[in-house]
Ligand binder design. Sequence first.
Ligand code: SF4
Length: 731
Amino acid sequence: MIKLPALTFREWTGPLTADLVREPSKFGLGQIPSRLLPDATTKAICGFCSTGCGLTIHLKDGEAINLTPDPEYPVNLGAACPKGWEALSVLDASDRAMMPLLHGKPVDWDTALRFFCDKMREIQAKHGTEATAFLSTGQIMFEEMAYLGALAKFGMGMIHGDGNTRQCMATAVAAYKESFGFDSPPFTYEDFEQSDVLIFIGANPCIAHPIMWQRVLKNKRNPKIIVVDPRSTETAMAATQHYAIRPKSDLTLLYGIAHLLIRDHSIDEAFIAKHTTGFNDFADFVFDFAPERVSAETGLSQAQLMLFADTIRKGTPRVSFWWTMGVNQGHQATRTAQAIINLALMTGNIGKPGTGANSITGQCNAMGSRLFSNTTNLLGGHDFRNAMHREKISQATGIPVGRIPDRPSLAYDQIIQAADEGQVKAIWFVATNPSHSWIDQNEMNRVLDKLDFVVVQDMYCSTETAKRAHLVLPAAGWGEKEGCFINSERRLGYSPKVRRAPGQALADFQIFKLIAHYWGCEDLFQEWTTPEAVFRVLQRCSEGQPCEITGIEGYEMIRKSGGVQWPLTKVQVADFQSQIPQHRRLFVDGRFFTADQRANFCFVEPEAPPEQRSDEYPFILLTGRGSSAQWHTETRTGKSAVLSKMSPQELMLDIHPADADKLGLVDGAAIRVISRRAELTTMVRITNCVSEGQVYLPMHDSRVNQLTHASFDPHSRQPSYKYSAVRLIPA
Ligand code: SF4
């Protein structure tokens, strides 16, 4: 017999984010000790997530002693989630990397940098430049990312480098590029407040993007909120319609909705005719997605499908579509994102207030990584394969064109595969922790342990990846260095240095400068003296691109104006007569970035996920963010006692009551979760938040990615974290 849960959902998960945002002081956030009254303030941008909230930093003797959300910043309007409130406290952790560590022993910077360069050169001499690679992050400033990408590729001769944005936003990049002609999220956060219907697909902003959710709650238009998610997430509970589809049947559902809209002539034919390409082929394709088929494959009733279509059909003003990892981390992720884009295009919901096919990014600088990391794209969203682009970037940077590779990097998973096959021998990891976060974690760690040289450059020497490193380079963190982030709505925000880094830790920017010096290529980077100087170089790289930022005068303008969205050209500045609107969206004129200025309809036949359930592994494991108080691998947030208290204290597996009954489980019972790759033991939480046959684990626990099955979207190479087969055995 099942014992009913003794605790409510809220008691299990800790306080809901809305409570925290409304009453932070109740949870011990934002209180300034009376002995530390500030004598000045400055403004910064939060360095965790892609929302890009503005923070007021309270200073004493020039050092940050506390922070509060910035009420004037157009992103967050005076609110912050728990992570933002705790951004300073995690800098004080005892396991900060203070000295370079060579084979676990402290050494001085000179020794560390000589070893770094000697070892990288030795490997390149023996195995070629392609035997060395870097993997970075959307967590460092965009000027730093650009410096890393330029140094590694133009200075050190590497071809291969990618970032952990591959785990997060690569799908949105690939989808936008093919559909719109450029990686161009079209929206501004005001669209949350200006929609009549908001559709969240594979997105749980209540937990993952709590301040964006606050913007939804400010919507005065009494909007309908649709959530498409296999789980009854916090956002689904707050929605007006929740469609709990079978895991990874989202592509079929979206084609089914398109079928109904076309069948019932509920599309914007004028917009389609004037601004798109490929609609007729798409209409022929979705003819096969009749409600009977879609109902059978998604698990939704035909009445539910009709209600969904009715809610967004032509005549409904202002429908906006929002997606995040539930879509991006799938085996057909790019086509699923494009199925969302197709719905926005065919209903004319783009370029107008409260509309858009809107991908929400993950990390604070994911957008900066996408455009300026010099990994898959040449600086400024250019193409390494295009000779004219290489010439342009050579002119903009002063780097001889012969030093610019004529092909893009392998993707992250391909770099790891090349390492497994012995072609890549050394990887330089910057501010990322793939030993925890990469899919099928044990395989990743097996490959890392094969490498001749692992370098980790990070704030903490205790990450799972740093523990495997031959060399650790201690880095300053957010607040200990300056630069810009680019958030989900394309807004560049400036963040200053407000603390000294501990010990001998240096800003990533300074580390790159030193490496350029020790490598002997500093002459190439004579102009790259400060983050703002690099910003100037990147402005030139952006010229003529959809992401052009030449109209920004410099850091001072970004600081004073509440951030600046790209694009901002000099012509726009003149047109705006220097009164730059705080919120701008793309495609207002219906012109896209393709050669013919029309958006493309892209589609493919849905396929079953690569790993299927079986008699031996009868459950589907879903993963996602478990708490608004924890961030990714907990490298920083795990250091805050306040944030730890706000998160569930134990790893818990969500399981449906009927499945728990069959297994004879009571709430809180220990359970072995076994995949074809590994197993872990945890406690069960019996809840209707998951459907029968599905179980759920939060990704920030270090063990969870031992279980996940490594498959990848063929277009974006983004890992598919959301569908793995497991079996359960009571422990
Ligand atoms: Fe805002 Fe994200 Fe920082 Fe929270 S973590 S304060 S939502 S930027």
